[in-house]
Design a protein around this ligand. Structure first.
Ligand SMILES: NC(=O)c1ccc[n+]([C@@H]2O[C@H](COP(=O)([O-])OP(=O)(O)OC[C@H]3O[C@@H](n4cnc5c(N)ncnc54)[C@H](OP(=O)(O)O)[C@@H]3O)[C@@H](O)[C@H]2O)c1
Length: 316
């Protein structure tokens, strides 16, 4: 890359070409994940939508193809929360390398009761954190086979004010849905930064980056029927909120930058420019509680036990 192109500011509407690259987006069939996939597809890359619902994935691929002529999109049947299905799912990819995975799929519950995955883990912690923790292991060989693989973990603003309770990671003793969600996102972000430290320690070519979308509302999101439809009335009512937060198309921007920008390094955090809630993507300082190595080491070993994964997740 020339020094001139390095100096150019990142432009969310002029993404660099990523032809011949392959990206996997978990939960790429809806919400922010859909827009991550759409924007990545516009670079010429092959984009695989990791989705548990084939009909939703088909609708998303049809929508992307209608907006990005010649888009290379595929579906991978993937339930992130079903740990025993992940190995077979990844084998079904039929790829010899993977340039990046975006750990985007997520569950956010607003109300009790506490729910569990079929593996018996609290649903948000089990899907958002444990599911992606385990998935990383199965993808490791493919990421190592790429020249400079990336793992982009989608965190949340909600994690800023949370702290992990390492004795009650699954909220069995005290379940409050919003707090459990925020903690699951914090666990993901701690994982992303700890993974970076571990990758560096073994001199890996793979980078681990964390990005968050700020606040992203469906009502501020452009329609992509039948994937998402926003009525004029909904858009009108959401206008005041648009001063503070944004649509899911813009929520995708920091994540897409974390995947594509050649300047991005492992261990960095990307989010929206204005108060971390809206705007174009920029690098943010990493809050100390997200990068605490002692907390992360504890979380890592418990996550390994709960998911029965290799301690190095395949990166040695
Ligand atoms: N929206 C925000 O303001 C905001 C703020 C901070 C962080 N985030 C994060 O951004 C990410 C996307 O959020 P969003 O607002 O786009 O959510 P969303 O609209 O609810 O979409 C969630 C996506 O995750 C998928 N998913 C859920 N469980 C899954 C599983 N077990 N296996 C495979 N896919 C699964 C969903 O698939 P189905 O269609 O099959 O359910 C859907 O595609 C999440 O990680 C979220 O925590 C969002």
């Amino acid at each position: 890359m020339s020094s001139a192109s390095r100096c150019r500011p990142w432009n969310v509407h002029r993404l660099p070409s990523a032809e011949a690259k392959v990206f996997l987006v978990t939960g790429g069939n809806a919400g922010i994940g859909y827009f991550i996939a759409e924007q990545l597809a516009s670079t010429g890359a092959v984009v695989v939508l990791g989705s548990r619902d084939a009909a939703k994935a088909d609708a998303a691929m049809t929508s992307i193809r209608s907006r990005v002529p010649g888009a290379h999109v595929r579906h991978l049947q993937l339930d992130v929360a079903d740990l025993s299905s992940q190995k077979t799912a990844v084998e079904g990819l039929g790829l010899d390398h993977l340039d990046a995975v975006v750990h985007n799929a997520g569950v956010a519950l607003d109300n009790p009761p506490r729910r569990e995955t079929k593996d018996g883990h609290e649903l948000m912690f089990g899907t958002n954190h444990l599911g992606h923790f385990a998935l990383t292991q199965w993808l490791a060989p493919l990421l190592l086979a790429a020249p400079a693989g990336r793992i982009v973990t989608v965190g949340s603003f909600a994690a800023r004010s949370e702290r992990l309770d390492l004795r009650d990671l699954q909220s069995t003793q005290d379940y409050r849905p919003k707090r459990t969600y925020g903690r699951s996102k914090l666990a993901q972000m701690c994982f992303g930064f700890e993974l970076d430290r571990r990758l560096r320690a073994v001199g890996s070519t793979v980078r681990s980056v964390v990005a968050h979308p700020g606040g992203a509302l469906d009502s501020l999101t452009p329609s992509r029927p039948p994937v998402c439809v926003t009525t004029p009335g909904e858009r009108l009512r959401a206008l005041p909120a648009g001063l503070l937060v944004q649509g899911k198309d813009a929520g995708a921007w920091p994540v897409v930058r974390a995947v594509l920008d050649p300047e991005v390094r492992g261990g960095q955090l990307y989010g929206p420019r204005f108060f971390g809630l809206r705007g174009t993507p920029r690098r943010e300082p990493v809050p100390p509680h997200m990068a605490d190595p002692a907390v992360a080491a504890d979380l890592w070993s418990t996550s390994g036990e709960l998911t029965d994964t290799d301690a190095h997740l395949g990166f040695r």
